[in-house]
Design a protein around this ligand. Structure first.
Ligand SMILES: *Cc1c(COP(=O)(O)O)cnc(C)c1O
Length: 405
């Protein structure tokens, strides 16, 4: 008789986006003449850049020719892509990462969900609150989080680090020392960033306590301010305490194409001297057969001159939307943050409305869909996320409707 992994039964379910979907559908059915604008989900809308499309076509053709056909990709990624990553994402920023510290994958969601596998069950995790749900849910599935309290939305064994207006949406060093610390900057959902000095404090804290930081830098390409680090390895000592997750989804529109990578420095070891790099290589080799050649070829093209120019234009397009949302809401009297180094605008709901009340209000009165902050964790209550990933025309229309309320 088989038994299931009953940790899965502890999960409260993917409440957030399914509830949004249901509410929007019901509203549209009741109001078929209303035009709904969606500024809710964190997915890009601009098509892949021409240089990337061209490279995809060429790579597909290579697969149909005997001499250039490729079978299984190397487990850890093609060297041409790993070296482009090392040169452009690290060497160009004065950071020395070697090719064998880079693990190519099909995206940062998988990596952020899977990376907990190489750590012992007894490890204590710390997350920012609000949080990208994958960090917590993947640890729930593993059985590392204790019990769920539906009233508070908190797991008994997780250390939550509240990120609110009072602390500039930056977590504070916890008193109870976690073993694994998840940080995501620029942040989804708040759009907040921390400075290099602030991140250095986390690196020092992790090294002093022999904790590991899992640093999600999926939104690195949106950074516009000079004192915001593009990679955690800009901080001294990060190679002995940090894993970095990166993705081609938000910087180059690969959400549907799938490509990402994880960096695990060889100097990152547990208290007994076991290197995490070797463990992750073993795990990758056992459970993963590599991102497709075609996609990796297209990924390398992101680093070409044309690729860089064209993807930078897309990011500028989204950030122009972000600016419009930010300043429009500010003009309308809202308390807003984010939107400067990230495609997310985080606003405080007016008149102490709950996040869900404001969701309903915006849907009914402005026909605009956003994401309730409380869906990302208890500290998100009273906040609301709008994304800059829509078209400019829809963004303008949505903001103007909100301003007119
Ligand atoms: C979008 C996103 C990612 C990227 O996920 P992919 O699987 O690479 O598409 C990673 N982390 C966060 C916080 C994100 O919002």
């Amino acid at each position: 008789m088989f038994k299931i992994n009953d940790n899965y039964l502890k999960l409260p379910g993917s409440y957030l986006f399914s509830t949004i979907g249901k509410k929007v559908k019901a509203f549209q059915e009741a109001n078929p003449d209303k035009e709904i604008i969606r500024l809710g989900i964190g997915d890009v809308t601009q098509p892949l850049a021409p240089a990337i499309i061209e490279r995809l076509h060429a790579a597909v053709s290579e697969m149909g020719v005997q001499e250039t056909f490729k079978g299984y990709a190397p487990d850890l990624g093609y060297e041409f892509l790993r070296s482009a990553i090392v040169e452009n994402d690290y060497k160009a920023r004065g950071v020395d990462i070697s090719i064998d510290e880079v693990f190519v994958s099909d995206g940062a969601k998988c990596d952020s969900g899977n990376i907990q596998e190489i750590f012992a069950l007894g490890n204590k995790i710390a997350v920012c609150d609000p949080v990208y749900p994958v960090y917590v849910d993947s640890n729930v599935m593993a059985g590392r989080t204790g019990t769920y309290d539906a009233a508070t939305g908190l797991w008994s064994d997780v250390i939550y680090m509240p990120c609110k207006e009072e602390n500039g949406f930056a977590p504070e060093l916890p008193d109870v020392v976690p073993d694994i610390i998840y940080l995501c900057f620029p942040n989804n959902p708040t759009g907040a960033t921390i400075t290099k000095d602030q991140l250095q404090k986390w690196v020092d804290y992790a090294n002093a306590n022999h904790s590991v930081i899992i640093y999600d830098a999926a939104y690195e390409a949106y950074i516009s301010e000079a004192n915001v680090p593009h990679t955690i390895y800009e901080c001294d000592g990060a190679k002995t305490c940090a894993i970095e997750l990166r993705s081609f989804s938000k910087n180059a529109g690969f959400t549907g194409t799938r490509l990402g990578f994880t960096v695990i420095p060889k100097d990152l070891k547990d208290a007994d001297g076991v290197a995490l790099n070797a463990l992750w290589a073993r795990r990758h080799g056992t459970k993963y057969n590599g991102a497709p050649y075609i996609v990796q070829a297209a990924g390398a093209e992101v680093y070409s001159k044309a690729g860089k120019e064209q993807t930078a234009k897309q990011i500028a397009y989204y950030m122009n939307n972000a600016k419009y949302i930010y300043s429009g809401l500010k003009d309308a009297g809202y308390s807003v943050s984010g939107g400067v180094n990230a495609p997310y605008i985080w606003l405080k709901t007016p008149d102490n409305m709950t996040s869900w009340d404001f969701f309903d209000y915006l849907l009914e009165k402005a026909n605009v869909v956003g994401t309730p902050g409380s869906g990302f964790g208890p500290s998100g209550e009273g906040y609301f996320r709008l994304t800059a990933f829509g078209t400019y025309e829809n963004t303008v229309k949505a903001v103007d409707r909100i301003k007119a309320l």
